[in-house]
Design a protein. Structure first.
Length: 474
């Protein structure tokens, strides 16, 4: 079932029967929310994520290569329609309109780690600036849900009349803004301390999305039926300006410095670039078919759109306001977010075994091991074994190992060691013929990337004993 409105050729959904829609209609008509970019640590890679309603998945886009590195399933019939990244970049959240839930995804492993049950048909999800709370708009239930991210449970349900469609959180976390579409055409202000509605502002027709300026002074709504963006003063809850944009704006996001507002125009297949200083459109950028969502990179140099009917994401270079890449993603992408994701640590557990070489050869065969306990992949690492000082030679050395005859060490490198994988290296150390007594050897992780969070398993020592010049026990 679909609903066509006068003057707009593409179908719009009846707001309260989302779960019963086909995936195609759902993807074409849902209201996305692009979350504010996550905190960006220097050197952390930046990823974009699209919620693919028709594909019941999330596409992970490596922004360095403009390619999809993984598609994450959110469950059959889940219909993910909104996506948001936690401020620290470690978790991704999707609002699943068909699954009546929020999926929690680890960005380190790109797997779903939890699902939070909600009311009927959540349409958007937003994260508080401190990452402790999620807010979802539930249009079919006339509510906004508040979720504790530590326990992944709903702690409060806020009544919001007239079918809340989108939510955004103020930069200081004290207010949540929701829009009510079709039935109210309102911007609703919620006090997060009391979880109560404190104000409403009538805006343009069918406000499909809401965004807050980085300084918290202005709130913007995308008014799909008015083809406008309404600018509201957060201090007075009054309208400052109404900006004409393209056809059927469905999503908004601001540049990190707050100087520009980007509106994704679903029926116009464009992105409007608005000057926040003058409240005028300064550029219009053609993108893919039916852009439902827009997101801005942490450094403000790129804008991403989720193009529902094209199954693509467009990449806009903000310096020139031109599309510089088009990325195939999953089926019917209806939302996009982008942010810095910390490189996951990788814990290497070092092991060492020692056995006497056969035939009374006065030699010891060592097997050095490196086990990756994760969660990340070991890009590079070195395990160095300090041999007994009586060592005179090393034989059987693997190609990735180097013997230092002066220091009496064997250093072995590992590369691209996956979580749960083990790398082993075996070699034989010849001892002097007159050697007697203990023969200690110590293996140590001497370098690795990314960071190893656990020093307790970085070193292990094995001691053999030369009983006679030809007999060694271990």
């Amino acid at each position: 079932m679909s609903l066509a409105l006068p003057g707009h050729g593409r179908p719009r959904r009846p707001l309260r029967i989302l779960a019963a829609l086909t995936t195609a209609t759902a993807a074409a008509c849902l209201i996305p929310l692009a979350a504010a970019p996550a905190a960006h640590a220097a050197g952390d890679p930046v990823f974009a994520y699209t919620a693919n309603t028709g594909g019941n998945s999330v596409s992970v886009i490596d922004t360095a290569t403009n390619s999809v590195s993984k598609n994450i399933g959110t469950g059959s019939g889940s219909f993910p329609v909104s996506v948001a990244l936690s401020p620290d970049g470690t978790r991704l959240y999707t609002a699943n309109s068909g699954g009546n839930s929020v999926s929690v995804i680890s960005t380190a492993t790109n797997t779903v780690t939890a699902a939070v049950p909600l009311g009927t048909g959540p349409s958007t999800v937003a994260v508080s600036p401190d990452g402790t709370r999620l807010y979802t708009a539930n249009p079919n239930d006339d509510t906004v849900s508040v979720i504790n991210t530590a326990t992944n449970t709903v702690t409060t349900t806020v009544p919001v009349a007239n079918g809340p469609q989108s939510v955004a959180v103020s930069p200081n976390g004290t207010r949540v803004y929701a829009t009510t579409s079709y039935f109210g055409d309102e911007l609703v202000v919620i006090d997060t301390a009391t979880n109560t509605v404190t104000a409403t502002v009538v805006v343009g027709s069918d406000p499909r999305a809401v965004a807050v300026s980085p300084d918290g002074t202005r709130v913007y709504t995308a008014d799909a039926n008015s083809d406008t963006v309404t600018v509201v003063s957060a201090a007075t809850n009054t309208i400052i300006a109404t900006v004409p944009v393209g056809s059927s704006p469905q999503s908004l996001e601001l540049s990190p410095d707050g100087a520009r507002v980007y509106a994704a125009n679903y029926e116009g297949d464009t992105v409007s670039v608005i000057s926040a200083a003058t409240n005028t459109v300064t550029a219009t950028v053609p993108v893919g078919d039916a852009p439902q969502s827009v997101a801005v990179s942490p450094d403000g140099t790129r804008v991403y759109t989720a193009n529902t009917f094209a199954d693509t994401a467009s990449v806009i270079t903000t310096a020139t306001n031109t599309v510089t890449a088009t990325i195939p993603v999953g089926s019917e992408p209806s939302a996009v977010t982008v942010g810095a994701v910390p490189v996951p640590s990788a814990d290497i557990a070092v092991g060492l075994s020692a056995v006497p070489a056969p035939l009374a050869s006065s030699a010891i065969t060592y097997t050095q091991s490196a086990v990756n306990n994760g969660p990340g992949t070991v890009a590079t690492g070195t395990v160095t074994t300090s041999l007994p000082t009586q060592t005179t030679a090393v034989t059987g050395l693997p190609g990735n190992c180097v013997y230092n005859s002066t220091a009496k060490t064997v250093a072995c490198t590992v590369t691209n060691l996956a979580n749960g994988a083990t790398a082993t290296n075996t070699f034989t150390a010849q001892q002097g013929l007159l050697t007697l007594g203990p023969l200690p050897a110590t293996a140590t992780r001497t370098a690795s990337a990314p960071t190893d969070p656990n020093a307790a398993n970085d070193t292990v020592t094995k001691t053999c004993t030369a009983v006679t010049s030809l007999i060694i026990t271990c």
